[in-house]
Design a protein around this ligand. Structure first.
Ligand code: ADP
Length: 489
């Protein structure tokens, strides 16, 4: 049966502009709109975190004191409703004791101890709410481990519930490193029967994994780049899930994330000190000067490359490599600006380096969206030396801002960045393969050398600025996938 208007329930633990810790929020903030432009009826659901409450977003009550089973308890919570800018309904699942906290998932010391309860509640509430308001969705599109129980519920608790019988589930892995693992004894919290505790179900090396639940019970699995879809089937990148993913490979699709150019374009960006375009680059120079002053760097750097990095400070992002070679890099007479939040140890290491190199290195520890935009615009080179990178959005943003990416050839970084060849003038950045500080240093050296060749550099910038990674193509792939799941139904 091919339906004209697909109804999609889109569940994610973070969504721009409401709550964000990383790229998943960007995706969940822009993919629904792209699907909507292609004709789908999309509704978004996420927990009602303190971060959202504090934004003072106007909401109305969509469901009052919804009853949600959690283990042997029945919890009650409201569902609040608002809209995206383009009018898509957004549902916030409210429960003060679970979500009214300073952070989304935990503190720099570690995860919240009751994340299982928090996200079990979210998953169960989302399905019960859809039934209550009679949103008979065709597809529930779930994102990362926090939503992994939804496909499991459809295949177990609600298998014979006629309301859900026609619905299919799609589960997207944004990062295989976050697996939602809990002791097996806690299975009753999820209200799943113990018969699901086996290697073909939610069981994972003697524990339970909500990511694995998403992988095993969904009707299709996607991940955020073609390369990453292959990598996660290997022991090097699969983080223990490789066997399961290889087993489920015919259901696994790699669809590259897109960029929301409405938010990330130097021509229209409202956070940058001066707008610019490929034709009128003066604003980039002004943005660089602004960034240099804002980060207390020497103005002599106007003639030298300024390197930028915006990242969660986690081992995944290659900061250990960067820290090893900071002194050498800064000896190349350049500027370095880092914006990040995350592991305390990494924070301290880069803080120490910044203290040693004041005037040439500036850091900001924190989550700062406007500054992220100003770094994109003001830097010349953008670093993404990740150990692994499912898709990576910042390198695609950097391209549009004429800020040349230096990346490691992994996941979506490998799919989107082509090394520049000065002979042909083709390529959009610099790329290195072995995960070694030395190789990163050599690649930065190459970039810094080319920076001195203004004509070649301008060609390289232009190649990046002209590239188009907008959502439309990826959204079409998702829609085709949704439709393919109905074939034969
Ligand atoms: P990941 O999802 O692994 O964190 P992505 O490259 O997919 O990596 O997405 C990162 C997103 O989060 C980008 O929009 C980036 O600008 C943003 N970001 C990361 N750290 C910060 C920070 N400290 N302040 C502001 N934005 C940040």
């Amino acid at each position: 049966m091919v339906k004209d208007t697909l109804k999609v329930l889109f569940l994610a633990p973070e969504v721009v502009p409401f709550a964000k810790t990383g790229g998943l929020a960007d995706v969940a903030g822009s993919l629904p709109s792209a699907l909507h432009r292609l004709g789908a009826d999309v509704r978004i659901g996420l927990p009602y975190y303190r971060m959202i409450k504090e934004k003072g977003i106007a909401t109305r009550i969509a469901s009052e004191r919804l009853e949600v089973p959690l283990g042997h308890l029945i919890l009650r919570g409201d569902v609040l409703e608002t809209e995206t800018e383009d009018g898509l309904p957004v549902y916030f699942f409210e429960r003060e004791d679970l979500f009214d906290r300073p952070n989304l998932y935990g503190t720099p010391e570690g995860d919240y101890y009751d994340n299982l309860e928090r996200f079990t509640y979210f998953c169960r509430a989302a399905l019960l709410f859809a039934r209550e308001v009679d949103f008979d969705f065709d597809v529930v599109h779930c994102h990362d481990w926090q939503t992994g129980l939804v496909p499991a519920y459809l295949k177990t608790l609600y298998k014979t519930d006629s309301f859900f019988s026609a619905a299919v589930s799609v589960f997207t892995i944004h990062n295989i490193g976050y697996q939602g693992i809990f002791p097996r004894e806690r299975l009753p919290t999820c209200s799943l029967p113990s018969s699901e505790l086996h290697p073909g179900g939610i069981e994972y090396w003697g524990n339970i994994s909500l990511l694995k639940a998403g992988i095993m019970y969904s009707d299709a699995i996607t991940t955020v780049s073609p390369k990453y879809s292959r990598e996660i089937q290997t022991s090097e990148y699969g983080m223990g899930m490789e066997g399961i993913l290889h087993h489920r490979r015919t259901f696994l699709h790699g669809i590259l994330n897109g960029v929301d150019y409405g938010l990330w374009s130097p021509q229209t960006d409202t956070h940058v000190p001066a707008n610019y375009s490929l034709e009128k680059l003066a604003g980039k120079k002004r943005s660089k000067e602004f960034l240099i002053k804002e980060m207390n760097l020497d103005l002599t750097l106007m003639n030298r490359p300024v390197l930028g990095m915006i990242s969660r400070l986690s081992a995944q992002k290659g900061l250990d490599l960067l820290v090893q070679i900071l002194d050498e890099i800064l000896a190349l007479d350049l500027g370095l600006v880092v914006l990040g939040l995350g592991d305390e140890e990494i924070q301290e290491a880069i803080q120490e380096a910044a203290d040693r190199h004041s005037g040439h290195m500036g850091i900001k520890i924190g989550f700062d969206e406007p500054l992220a935009h100003r770094i994109m615009a003001g830097a010349d080179i953008f670093l993404v030396p990740s150990q692994y990178e499912p898709c990576g959005l910042t390198q695609m943003y950097a391209l549009r801002y004429g800020t040349v990416p230096v990346v490691r050839a992994t996941g979506g970084l490998d799919d989107t960045i082509v090394p520049f060849d000065p002979e042909t003038g083709e390529g959009n950045g610099f790329k290195f393969e072995p995960y070694e500080a030395k190789t990163l240093f050599e690649t930065i050296q190459q970039a810094v050398k080319l920076f001195n060749d203004y004509r070649a550099w301008k060609t390289l910038m232009a190649n990046g600025m002209k590239a188009d990674f907008s959502w439309d193509r990826s959204a079409k792939s998702y829609l085709e996938l949704y439709r393919s799941l109905f074939k034969g139904a």
